[in-house]
Design a protein around this ligand. Sequence first.
Ligand code: ATP
Ligand code: MG
Length: 557
Amino acid sequence: MSECGAYSSNFIRQIINKDLASGAHVTIHTRFPPEPNGYLHIGHAKSICLNFGIAKDYQGQCNLRFDDTNPAKEDIEFVESIKEDVNWLGFQWDGAVCYSSDYFDCLHGYAIELIEKGLAYVEELSPEEIRKFRGTLTEAGKYSPYRDRSVEENISLFEKMRNGDFAESKACLRAKIDMTSSFMVMRDPVLYRVRFAKHHKTGDKWCIYPMYDFTHCISDALEGITHSLCTLEFQDNRRLYDWILNNIMIERHPRQYEFSRLNLEYTVMSKRKLSILVSENLVNGWDDPRMPTIAGLRRRGYTPAAIREFCKRIGVTKQDNTIEMSALESCLRDDLNENAPRAMAVLDPVKVVIENYAKDKIEILTVPNHPNRPDMGTREIPFSREIWIEREDFREEANKKYKRLVLGKKVRLRNAYMVKAEHCEKDEDGNITTIFCSYDSETLGKDPIDDHKPKGVIHWVSADAGVEAEIRLYDYLFTEANPNIANNFASLINHKSLIVMRGYVEPSLKIADKERAFQFERIGYFCLDRKDSNEDTLVFNRTVGLRDTWAKMKANH
Ligand code: ATP
Ligand code: MG
């Protein structure tokens, strides 16, 4: 069974199973309908896995449809990024990409049909007045003085709207439903409004644009969607979805089902908010590796498999909840631990000189790419008299618990020899500048004969052959688990969410694939940055640490 397997059932799959069993449907057709007003985020991944996953498992179809009815906010850059992200996640839409704007003519026709049936009217109250007249949850709405216009008058006014004879906000088309309904969406919702904006597909053809509720159900019906899956905030809108389809001459009537949105701790999950972070330069673009966007996660080193696994583990329900970031990270670690090649890098380097090792000698050691996976092959790493080790891996004195390099003691260099620290040099401030060691030439790949096996193993990089690299360490983007509670969510941004280090990496990493994560032994998972890394400068992003240090910190409190 595929990853989003039919056996991993949820309430939507149960509905589908029933519909297939009863013969209500023979095939299943879903759609993923993003509005191209930003990059996709991990919440969208949940919807993508659900819609495309269902189509795949039931041998049905899934459309990619751009819900492009708001020309002011939409952009072709977003259309391209969305297509790329869906493909990168491992899904392919059926047929050509669909656009709601493809149906503008048809939607216009259905609007006229509603007017002719006396079910829609041209409103001339201001948006402010419309809001006031709508009433509240406890108070019924009031009727607009324009509500009872004749069909002929409405037809001619709607035509005027279409011809650009009304300024924006001076007129709109409303459905004539029920101003006393307990569902606010049913209190004569707006179907069309005037917008003098160039549309990325239809250019200047239209100056009236259909609203989401009017567009969505009709687009679903035109495309033959069987199950229209959306998030819970559209629950009430289902009444309107059905009302529109019940009142026009259209062959099919898809059904809408709602599931809960994905919320993740320490981040925000709305394109509007993410776009503020971008426009205010609080991050470096939509694909900043700290962003919860698909493009950001990808640049950070996330794999499509880890994201799909995460969506599978969180499931699809109607319960609103917020998922811990560690749930996402643990899917990634499970994948990378199994599949990421190993490499060595030193982030905070201090020099080690091996005094009894020949000057100018470089030895090439062949080492496995993965400790448990011979199928991943081997690579060559150079060893030399001078190497870098991590500053925190050396102490002049230490107790037995410290299993790294200590003066007078031995430690194994990962994949290489055992060394013993003899003495060290310091600068005027007392910082260690160089550690002098001796090595035992008989210990390459074996333990010493006459000695105890050393407990510690530390990583290293040849100082002669290693390559300098910029290494970017990331932390959560926000300081609060739920940044949405603040009036100004941007004030909760974590100013320490990016720390830049300069270290050294083994030379094999010069030709690493961009975005492919490696395990830097003993440190964490890192990948070459897609944008900022080039032949002259290597830039690595920390994808995720080796362990969930965050959970541990919480547990200790
Ligand atoms: P945003 O508030 O981020 O703009 P949206 O719902 O307006 O989200 P759309 O582009 O309209 O974004 O969404 C496309 C599809 O993705 C919709 O079906 C929507 O319900 C779904 N979706 C969006 N955000 C989430 C989320 N956090 N969890 C699950 N599904 C989501
Ligand atoms: Mg939206």
